[in-house]
Design a protein around this ligand. Structure first.
Ligand SMILES: [Zn+2]
Length: 119
């Protein structure tokens, strides 16, 4: 029963949903540089905050299924401080995080992913 608890707490991983201080600063700078007149279309306030978590949007194929479990769009979150209206900004496009290479698919049966009956 090995547990992986050796991750350093001083360097939060984007995959854990926690921004580093530098990433949070970059996201705030992105907001001021790219949308200095941002107004909430719901409540008309101009006060937004950068939530210090990332969110990932899964990629869906034309057939409407998830492309890959580990293939997603990482986003940071702008949230209206008055009404909570939430916007997702592509964190790679915005330069907040670097695009990670897509790992090769695991070798499994090409047909269906039915769990094997063998042990
Ligand atoms: Zn609002």
């Amino acid at each position: 029963m090995a547990e992986q608890t050796n991750q350093p707490s001083s360097q939060p991983s984007p995959l854990k949903g926690v921004m580093t201080v530098d990433q949070h600063r970059k996201a705030i700078m992105w907001m001021f540089q790219n949308s200095p007149n941002l107004k909430c279309e719901v409540c008309a306030t101009d006060k937004f905050s950068v939530v210090d978590d990332f969110i990932s949007l899964p990629i869906v194929t034309q057939d409407g299924i998830l492309a890959q479990v580990n293939y997603f769009i990482p986003c940071f979150i702008l949230m209206c401080v008055k009404c909570g209206n939430t916007k997702f900004i592509n964190a790679i496009q915005a330069g907040i995080i670097e695009k990670a290479p897509i790992p090769p698919p695991t070798t499994s049966s090409p047909a269906t992913s039915t769990p094997a009956a063998e042990k």
